[in-house]
Design a protein around this ligand. Structure first.
Ligand code: FAD
Length: 133
């Protein structure tokens, strides 16, 4: 993904810009590499990734690539396996129904999640990224 972003930045600096890429693997794309069987319409990511719908950077990149109309956003079920059974753990109701935490731990988890959702200092919690382009 970072390579794709770098390529776009370099390309947008001018049509005459030439760049050379070295790739140790068999395909370009690193962990974002997609593969496709001959009878498939779409590519499947080699390594499973998710991103959040408020990830403004990936949305900006998709817009820049003029792929917004191809973007499909669906709400996946996020479940955790506990004592051999899957439990959906992606809403306050599901958290309180989960048998694997004591009531006090459920309240602590809920309080932390609520803090993370409403804190105006979310950017300070991010790990700074190096700009390599
Ligand atoms: C288990 C896991 C889960 C993740 N889940 C998510 C997720 O859900 N959502 C998300 O946004 N991000 C996720 N990430 C992070 C995301 O995959 C990386 O941030 C992203 O792949 C970084 O892209 P990159 O192009 O910098 O590096 P990479 O994708 O690692 O690509 C590096 C490329 O450089 C090549 N290379 C390495 N050394 C050399 C060399 N010496 N010479 C030439 N080529 C070389 C490699 O072969 C590879 O193709 C996850 C990462 C991991 C490991």
């Amino acid at each position: 993904m970072d390579l794709l972003d770098c390529r776009l930045r370099i390309h947008s600096r001018g049509k005459t810009t030439r760049s050379l890429y070295f790739e140790a693997g068999k395909t370009l794309g690193g962990l974002a590499y997609g593969f496709r069987e001959s009878n498939w319409d779409w590519y499947l990511e080699y390594a499973y990734h998710h991103w959040f719908t408020n990830d403004s950077e990936i949305l900006r990149l998709i817009r820049e690539l003029e792929l917004t109309d191809k973007l499909i956003i669906k709400r996946p079920i996020t479940a955790s396996l506990y004592k051999g059974k899957p439990y959906q753990l992606d809403s306050p109701m599901n958290l309180f129904a989960f048998p694997g935490l004591s009531m006090i731990d459920k309240f602590r988890t809920a309080a932390l999640l609520a803090f993370l959702k409403i804190t105006p200092f979310g950017n300070r919690l991010k790990i700074p990224q190096l700009n390599t382009c």
